[in-house]
Design a binder for this molecule. Structure first.
Ligand SMILES: [Zn+2]
Length: 171
């Protein structure tokens, strides 16, 4: 995640309705958006993430808490992945899905590959730092031996608006 003000949040073009690929994730994305909202209490950029187990239940959740705990790696995805691994009892998260409001950065994309998540579902695109299709595409790099499915742009506009509203208050 880039510093405040450096972010370029680009929503995807308005999705076609109905959109069977994305529509099945909108309820979960709303949960991730609610999780993201918790970040602003500590002045953190509102990004929220969930890890869903193979049966779809939430086994990890997190919001960006970089400012809250002074940890540069405390991105929402990292927090949610750590919690999920703890719950599952091991580092492999095969069969699981990560849902996150903003396109993962290089660090988080790396963690997604290393944890062997099956799928990444994200909202807004991050054209300046995104590593899941925008600036880089770490998770679908054919040189890596694990490539999760990627579903971008779920509730992209709502996710982008949440970020924009936050940055507006920071000016
Ligand atoms: Zn990240």
């Amino acid at each position: 995640m880039p510093d405040t003000g450096a972010m370029q949040i680009a929503p995807l073009p308005a999705p076609v309705r109905p959109d069977p690929v994305r529509d099945r994730w909108t309820d979960r994305m709303r949960l991730a958006i609610a999780e993201a909202a918790l970040a602003t209490a500590t002045g953190d950029v509102p990004v929220g993430a969930l890890v869903l187990g193979p049966d779809g239940t939430v086994i990890g959740r997190g919001h960006n808490e970089r400012e809250a705990i002074g940890d540069p790696t405390a991105h929402a995805e990292m927090v949610a992945i750590r919690q999920a691994a703890e719950k599952v009892g091991e580092w492999r998260l095969g069969g699981c899905t990560l849902v996150v409001t903003l396109e993962p950065c290089t660090m988080c994309a790396g963690a997604i590959v290393l944890s062997r998540l099956d799928r990444v579902v994200y909202g807004a695109l991050d054209e300046k730092a995104g590593a899941t299709g925008s600036l880089f595409d770490v998770v679908r790099d054919r040189r890596l031996n694990h490539r999760p499915e990627v579903i971008p742009g779920v509730l992209a506009e709502e996710c982008a608006e949440q970020l924009r509203a936050f940055f507006d208050t920071q000016r």
